[in-house]
Design a protein around this ligand. Structure first.
Ligand code: AMP
Ligand code: MG
Length: 417
């Protein structure tokens, strides 16, 4: 398990900026050390444990980039097209039976190894055939249409770095090296609780003043997308003692505890008191909307994050607090969230010194530019504001208003996890 010191989440200021939160987490959360081996087929999304140096150059041998005719560059026609006799044929997967003779050309196909004596390939579209000879035009550069060994990745190069969350293209590199398995960080074990007397699980009987618990399923899905192994611990009642007992029970066997609800300052918000009973708690008042105080704690060395209960606040604070914590615990690179510029098609007023996220969908305007259209309502409890939109417009601390036509930064939901 990750053993963190009790004061690891301590913070001096009254309001914490989003950037400060991310920096503090990256600095103070230590990665777990357990590593395991997975097959390539199971490697997508896992965090690479160590640098991967190329055991083989890519491509492994010099080969033709096109279907065409290979010759030695010293015989390239200079003043006019010239006919060359053919000295054989080499297909992908085969080797030429003999070298290309001086003054001859060899038929070659894409991916076939360059025959000895040749270093340049004419594309078949650029030549003509006459009386069994190939007529090559002038103007081709020496070395054209050839892929030298190692041009993609040289032997020994650190092709993938420790901490890379493996993407399909990273798995392809490992496969191209001929590897069958990779060493990755063990999946994080995350315990998830919802808290609230008003909640019941889907499948249970719901009394009139109760809600089905939606956050837990959203958070578990988000965690799984980040590669975590999730323990679904259900719903806890708003009772300090029961909460405290449950937290203590899971701390030893998990790398992170995640809760939702009960972290505001009302007297029915018991998560804080429960954490204080079994561990150390700090409340982060984050300068973010939607979002509210986020509870950060340590219980027997295991970090705890208490997210707010409102679904949209829970979603947004997950992205800015839980995501960086998971990346840090698993030793993954802190992949920054980079908003892409789009044109605002809305008006918005905002408080200075607070980061705000506006739920938007994108449309292409008549002039071809992508425009962000704001979801018409603002509530942090509106699940439809997340399902009927494509992502979040990020408005930085210094912004106070947005007018139609302004350039704003858009974060697609697809890039958040
Ligand atoms: P809380 O943060 O506990 O004060 O909850 C804030 C609001 O979010 C309340 O309206 C709760 O009913 C709602 N809420 C809390 N937890 C959940 C949950 N797991 N799923 C859906 N809504 C929730
Ligand atoms: Mg509550």
């Amino acid at each position: 398990m990750a053993q963190l010191s009790d004061d690891c989440f301590a913070f001096g200021g009254p309001m914490m900026s989003v950037d400060e939160a991310v920096r503090l987490i990256a600095e103070r959360v230590t990665k777990i050390s357990a590593v395991e081996t997975v097959t390539l087929a199971a490697a997508d999304g896992r965090v690479l444990a160590g640098d991967l140096a190329a055991p083989l150059p890519l491509p492994p041998f010099t080969n033709s980039a096109v279907d065409g005719y290979a010759i030695a560059s010293r015989h390239l026609p200079t003043s006019e097209a010239q006919a060359f006799p053919l000295s054989g044929r080499v297909q992908a997967g085969a080797s030429a039976l003999s070298a290309v003779k001086a003054g001859e050309a060899m038929r070659i196909f894409t991916g076939a190894p360059m025959p000895e004596g040749a270093d340049t390939v004419f594309m078949q579209e650029d030549v003509s055939l006459e009386d069994g000879k190939v007529v090559l035009p002038t103007g081709l550069k020496p070395g054209a249409n050839v892929r030298p060994a190692g041009e993609d990745i040289p032997l020994g190069h650190a092709a993938l770095k420790a901490g890379q969350r493996l993407r399909p293209q990273d798995v392809a590199v490992a496969a191209a090296f001929g590897l069958t398995q990779l060493s990755v960080v063990r999946r994080l074990r995350v315990a998830v609780f919802s808290t609230g007397n008003e909640l019941v699980s889907p499948g249970e009987v719901r009394a009139a003043p109760q809600l089905f618990d939606s956050n837990r399923f959203m958070l578990m899905a988000m965690l799984r997308r980040l590669g975590c192994e999730v323990s679904d611990l259900g719903i806890l009642r708003d009772e300090r003692a029961a909460l405290a007992a449950a937290l203590r029970e899971v701390a030893g066997s998990h790398d992170l505890i995640l809760t939702t609800g009960g972290v505001s300052t009302g007297e029915e918000d018991h998560v804080k008191a429960a954490v204080e009973a079994v561990g150390k708690l700090v409340l982060w008042r984050m300068a973010i909307k939607p979002g509210r105080p986020v509870a950060m704690g340590i219980i027997e060395g295991t970090p705890l994050i208490g997210l707010p209960g409102n679904p949209v606040a829970s979603f947004v604070t997950f992205v800015h607090v839980v995501r960086p914590t998971i990346l840090a615990l698993s030793g993954a690179r802190q992949e920054p969230l980079l908003p892409m510029p789009v044109r605002a098609a809305f008006t918005y007023k905002k408080k200075i010194a607070r980061r705000e996220y506006v739920r938007v969908h994108l449309r292409r305007a008549d002039d071809g530019v992508l425009e962000a259209v704001k979801f018409p309502r603002e509530g942090a409890g509106l699940l439809s504001s997340l399902t009927d939109t494509d992502g979040l417009v990020e408005l930085s601390e210094e912004v106070t208003r947005v007018a139609p036509g302004d350039s704003v930064g858009f974060l697609s939901y697809a890039t958040l996890l």
